[in-house]
Write a protein that binds this ligand. Structure first.
Ligand code: PLP
Length: 448
């Protein structure tokens, strides 16, 4: 008998049910806390199907990744086609066609260009990794040591990205000491702004917070960059007032500070425009992207003016897998689908339908403090309308009740009290109406 026989695992028969597969999950570490026990068989468009044949409306989009829907035929075909040619054509060794094409196409999308300028693209694998690249670029280019991030921001879980993150203590607690030279200013959050709920007060409070840092903690000419999400993601789907990014741009220009826009969750048409910064009259110096870029294959990167990007010479940054050929092919197909199917337009239209539906469905529910968002990035904040006491219990309850009705949602927010609705950008009006109906029923079921 084979001496290793006892270690050879016999996979469950393909037709085995979920319970048989779940019996094998012991080795999956707890750090991957999971929202559901679903074992997925396939996904298509806005839907996933479990191995038991149950269908769920997936309004998580894999945390804002599958903007083109699950397994879009054009994306799947591009992946298969490229995988048949070459999978790994390492960036320090070879050029490959999808990479070259992506280096031409994505820079045309850079929102920070002034007339006569050209943008460049750096590719990596994950959001956090692209944030690391942006921080290194800003430090290298400005020769300044510090960065300013905003309270409630989430930028990833690697050491530098986590040091910029303040959306929840679980992401950084017990990991001190973190990267030095990181300072925090308030993010404008009108609903919870201590100086008043109007837009001007919220912007004033945030900008005053930056000025206070300059007066108390760090000289502005030691600051390389502001790192900012144009809409807070993990921090609660908070949409800043229109005046915030222009005011930050003014401050940045005054002190020679770069603006790094973290568009990892907001980019690739999610908010109804290609970038969320396209909604605001303020140009970022660097745009960081991941998630929606390749419809689910691991790819990330940053865009910046070519002269700025040139600050990083050969070897100053990189990685084995960045700009993988199959991931680049998926990104090109993703761009084609976004353009040909007008996914930004659909996100804007369905987003309006979703928000209008949710406003009607939540009307009269005393624990729904706000429905907010742009495009298909929509949050429902559960809190006592008077005191604003966060109600994470109700957010969890809403998720569970929606799950029972075969709708997948996620929470976010520092206190876990915001339910986020992240529909794929290919979603239809009927699907949006179904989701609204389920959320209305779920709120009633939990007595919110
Ligand atoms: C705004 C933002 N930045 C950075 C990240 C980190 O990306 P990744 O998980 O790919 O490292 C995320 C992920 O949720 C994000 O939403």
């Amino acid at each position: 008998m084979d001496q290793h026989a006892s270690h050879v695992l016999t996979p469950p028969r393909p037709e085995a049910d979920a319970a048989t597969w779940l019996a094998r999950r012991d080795g999956v570490p707890a750090v991957w806390g999971r929202y559901t026990d679903l074992v997925v068989e396939r996904g298509q468009g806005s839907w996933i199907e479990t191995i038991d044949g149950d269908r769920y409306l997936d309004y998580t989009s894999g945390i804002g990744v599958t903007n083109t829907g699950h397994a879009h035929p054009r994306v799947s075909a591009a992946i298969a086609e490229q995988a048949g040619r070459i999978i790994h054509a390492q960036q320090n060794i070879l050029y490959h066609k999808p990479g070259l094409e992506l280096h031409e196409r994505l820079p045309l999308r850079f929102p920070g260009l002034r007339p006569g300028e050209q943008a460049g693209l750096f590719l990596s694998n994950s959001g956090a990794e692209a944030i690391e690249a942006a921080i290194k670029l800003a430090k290298h280019a400005t020769r300044r040591p510090a960065v300013i991030a905003f309270r409630g921001g989430f930028h990833g879980r690697t050491h530098a990205a986590m040091a910029l993150t303040s959306s929840g203590v679980k992401y950084r607690g017990h990991f001190e000491p973190l990267l030095g030279g990181v300072h925090f200013a308030p993010y404008p959050y009108p609903l919870r702004n201590p100086t008043g709920r109007d837009d001007a007060a919220a912007v004033g409070f945030a900008i005053a917070g930056v000025e206070e840092l300059f007066a108390t903690v760090i000289y502005p000419d030691d600051v390389a960059a502001f790192v900012v999400e144009p809409i807070l993601g993990e921090g609660g789907y908070v949409v800043p007032p229109d005046g915030f990014l222009p005011a930050l741009r003014e401050l940045a220009d005054r002190h020679g500070i770069l603006i790094i826009a973290d568009e990892i969750q907001t980019g690739f048409a999610r908010t109804g425009r290609f970038w969320a910064t396209d909604w605001y009259e303020a140009r970022p110096d660097v745009v960081v992207m991941a998630k929606g870029i390749a419809s689910g294959l691991p790819l990330s990167g940053l865009l910046a003016r070519r002269e700025l990007l040139a600050a990083l010479g050969p070897g100053a940054h990189g990685g084995t897998y960045g700009g993988n050929a199959v991931a680049c092919a998926a990104a090109l197909a993703t761009l084609d689908v976004i353009e040909d199917e007008d996914l930004a337009g659909n996100a804007a239209r369905q987003g309006e339908r979703l928000r209008a539906g949710l406003l009607a469905a939540t009307d009269g529910h005393a624990a729904v403090a706000e429905v907010r968002g742009r495009g298909l990035m929509v949050g429902i904040e559960l809190a006592d309308r008077g005191t604003l006491l966060p109600r994470a219990d109700l957010a969890r309850g809403l998720l569970a009740a929606a799950f029972e009705r075969r709708l997948l949602l996620l929470t976010c927010g520092t206190y876990g009290n915001v339910v986020r609705v992240i529909a794929p950008l290919v979603t239809t009006g009927d699907e949006v109406d179904r989701a609204v109906e389920v959320i209305g029923e779920s709120l009633a079921a939990i007595g919110a």
